[in-house]
Ligand binder design. Structure first.
Ligand SMILES: Nc1ncnc2c1ncn2[C@@H]1O[C@H](COP(=O)(O)OP(=O)(O)OP(=O)(O)O)[C@@H](O)[C@H]1O
Ligand SMILES: [Mg+2]
Length: 392
């Protein structure tokens, strides 16, 4: 299970950072619940700061019924009017307070609009139920009409200390063997994005699997090594060689300062890579030569030792993989399900996605019956949300 799901905040006080803003949102919903109207809220700020989470926390904590609209629906005037019109029946069937969520509304601002935006603006002027709009960038001219109808709440990047504390708690709960240094680095790298921090913590656990010396220390030892002996010693024990190469690849230019040293280090690394391509999966005994080329080669590529303190970065490749982990997991499971029906492998079967998306316009339940897609998977294929899928 993804940490972002497993450790998603369930109560308002579990939302990290922006405490005053969270309190403001709480007072706003309490006012609605006490029967008084107020303006729609525009919760805006950088990704992974809890804008969408806050709405789902409200749902749980105050037992609300959420009506979610996504950006593509906003472009259709008739649809906006139909949905928002329905929401004016103050509560849902079960007497719960309804809250309309217009998530990532700025995505619509840059696109051609067929009156949906006007319909929303009109609705926002005098909302008949609580409405929360979320966005990342609200200063686009095209977004002005929506922006001006809302009370704005800016979510700031989550501060490093708070991120570090959460990561520490999770690392403990998950029994990850991570040093404070590693946790600090993940928090630094996240740049205020909680989602990125949690995904990094989860995907980069090859470093968690490497006990004893953590990977930052290992990379430091390699890059500071000045002899064959010390370079080899740096990687003793249980290592993940592929990720070490990625780490070196990323950090050579952080450590080495002259272009000659940098060029020589990359030369060693690329030779190791060619070598590995040839020995892969067949001649593991040859791996020791590859380590001589890569680890030792990189270490000894420099003319003298660099004494400065270097801040090492996560490999871009691993970071990208961690950022797309949700999407890739989804595509894989969809691919397997299609593949089992069309008798091909999970990857190739994705060429059927456009056809399935087209069928999805009219045959949602047939698709679920036949391919055994979950609602989340089908919503993903159709580019919509589960809520909307159910309503149609
Ligand atoms: N302030 C926070 N406190 C605790 N967890 C958080 C916080 N912000 C984000 N997260 C974690 O990151 C995940 C994604 O957060 P969320 O969807 O709320 O971000 P967002 O601000 O809506 O980002 P985007 O702009 O990309 O839509 C959550 O499920 C949760 O696990
Ligand atoms: Mg969001």
């Amino acid at each position: 299970m993804l940490y972002t799901t497993k450790y998603a905040p369930k109560k308002l006080d579990e939302i990290v950072g922006n405490n005053d803003k969270v309190e403001q949102v709480k007072q706003w919903i309490l006012k609605w619940l006490s029967g008084k109207k107020s303006k729609a809220l525009l919760i805006w700020g950088p990704p992974g700061t809890g804008k969408t989470s806050i709405v789902y926390v409200l749902k749980q904590q105050f037992d609300l019924d959420i009506l979610e609209m996504n950006a593509s629906e906003l472009r259709n005037k008739a649809r906006v009017e139909r949905i928002l019109g329905a929401s004016s029946l103050a509560g849902s069937l079960f007497g719960r307070q309804r809250l309309v969520l217009i998530d990532d509304a700025d995505v619509l601002a840059g696109r051609k609009d067929s009156g949906g935006s006007t319909a929303i603006t009109k609705f926002l002027k005098d909302p008949s139920c609580p409405v929360i709009v979320t966005a990342t960038n609200i200063w686009d001219k095209k977004f002005a009409s929506i922006r001006n109808e809302c009370e704005k709440i800016e979510m700031k990047r989550v501060n490093k200390a708070s991120i570090r504390k959460i990561l520490k708690d999770i690392a403990k709960a998950e029994q990850l063997d991570l040093s404070d240094d590693t946790i600090q680095q993940i928090a630094d790298n996240a740049n205020g994005d909680m989602r990125a921090a949690l995904n990094d913590l989860q995907t980069l656990s090859p470093s968690a699997r490497m006990h004893e010396k953590d990977i930052f220390q290992m990379i430091r030892n390699i890059l500071k090594a000045t002899s064959y002996q010390t370079a080899r010693e740096a990687i003793e024990g249980d290592i993940d060689y592929d990720s070490i190469k990625l780490w070196l690849d990323e950090n050579i230019p952080n450590e080495y300062q002259t272009s000659e040293d940098i060029a020589a280090a990359y030369d060693a690394l690329s030779k190791a890579d060619v070598f590995d391509g040839r020995i892969r999966k067949t001649h593991w005994k040859l791996l020791k030569y590859s380590i001589d080329l890569s680890v030792v080669g990189v270490a000894l590529a420099k003319k003298g030792v660099y004494r400065h303190f270097t801040k090492y970065n996560f490999p871009t490749y691993l970071r990208e993989m961690s950022r797309t982990v949700e999407r890739r997991a989804m595509l894989k499971s969809i691919g397997l399900k299609i593949g089992s029906k069309v008798h091909t492998n999970a990857k190739y079967s994705l060429i059927y996605l456009p056809i399935i998306k087209d069928l999805g316009k009219t045959q949602v339940s047939e698709l679920i019956d036949f391919y055994k897609f979950t609602e989340e998977e089908l919503a993903f294929i159709l580019g919509t949300s589960v809520n909307k899928l159910k309503k149609d």
